[in-house]
Each structure stands twice: as C-alpha cells, then as structure tokens.
Design a protein around this ligand. Sequence first.
Ligand code: GLY
Length: 269
Amino acid sequence: MEAGGNALDAVEQGVRVTESDKTNLSVGLGGFPDRDGNTTLDACIMNHKNQCGSVGFLQYIENPISVARKVMEDTPHVMLVGDGALEFALSKGFTKSDFKSDEAQKAWKEWLKTSEYKPIINRENHDTIGMIALDAEGNLSGACTTSGLSFKMRGRLGDSPIIGAGLFVDNEVGAACATGLGEAVIRIAGSSIVVELMRHGYTPQEACKEAVERLIKKHDNQVENLQVGFIALNKNGEWGSYSVYSGFNVAHRDLENEKLVDSEFNRPW
Ligand code: GLY
C-alpha cells in the first residue's frame, strides 16, 4: 500500500501468507481437520463498495481467500460452498492439493481416542486470521480465512464465510473482523454490530468492547472456554480490538509503526 496499492489487494495478499503457511494449524490446508479427518476451509472478502465474496466448506485449495475474491468479481453471487466452490475454483485455474499436515493429522488421531466433541476455542486451537486495511484513497477492505473449529462436525460452517459475522466493511464508517468461536459471533452478527456501533459514534475500541460485552450477555455470562475477539478500523485510521479472554494478539501496521499488541479483554484466561 505504501507503493500505491489498494486495500483489497493488500488484505487478499496478506491473508494468503498465513493460508499458505503449512505449519499453521488453524488456517489453510495445514489446519486441523473435521472429526472425519477432512480439512475444510472457509473465507470471505469485502471491498469498499460493499461487494463481497465467500467460500465455505472448501476442500483441497491452498488459498480460499482468492477463490472468495473470484466469487465476488466473476459471479453474480456472494457465497459458494462445498463441491460447487471447488468446481468453481478449478474452473478458474486454482489447483487441487492433497496436502495434509502431519501435525494436524496426529492431533486428530489423538482426539479420535476419546472423540469428545466440545466446540471450544482456546489458546491452543485459536483460529481465524482477519485483516482489515485502509488505503491512500481512503478505501477500506477486509478479509478473513480459517480452517474452522478443530474436529468440527462435517459440514459445520463458522462465522468466517459469513458477511456481517466474521467480517463487515462499510466504507462510510469502518471495518471489523472477528476471530474465535464462530457460533457465538454469528449469534450477535458480530462484525456488522461493531461497524454499526462505530456509525453511531463509538471509537473502534469502544465498539469492539461493546460487542464483546453484548456477546457475553447474550450467553447469560456462560462463556467458560468461549474465546472471541474483534478488531476494528475506522475511516480515520483509528483502530481497536477487544476479546472475551486474554491471549488475543493484534498486529497493527501504519506508515510509521509495526507492532504486535495484546488486545484488551473482559477477563483473564
Ligand atoms: N472463527 C472461525 C470459526 O469459528 O470457524
């Protein structure tokens, strides 16, 4: 972006790095599989014109975010899932990969010994990468991508392919992205709420905090082991983040600084 690139290209290229990192256990083909041993990927992308694209339950493709962008740009739709998403990706020249991470497969085999099904997000299996950016033209874009909850039920989608839950951008206001337990984020239309709060005058930090507090309230304060975090950025380049539990990091970069920040949180882990 310093060289004049736009926010949409930046967020796509940015999250591709993590998707292609085969050692990452919660994003991309290296991620933990579902409970049947299949790695299924979810991603979405949104630009400054409220155009968006999404893929869910996509298998065998290294960079789902780029398929999501193609859905946005080359189809009249927002979302493609499963075999249809794969077929579309192959038709657009993406190649199929059978890569499976040894570490993720080992963890899955270990899990199979008890097959205890508990949708929990914690420090060890924390998930999604979300990236939001504001470019020199004053345009916002966002992207998020994940292999989802480890050992999830086959067919389960979280918040990350859902516009308004895992990601929302409104170029008049700001952008927000979520990580953590997708079901909890979907229940409050998380990223959309953060953007709406900013529209009504909340700073990005206040908006993320209010969304997390609302989420906790809507779960009757029963949030043991339930981690969710939001990041937000407004049109002025101000940003914020907040999570249910400690342990959520945000990487922030502008023309002067680059830093990894421990997010503020509601309670210690
Ligand atoms: N936040 C990612 C997921 O729940 O799948």
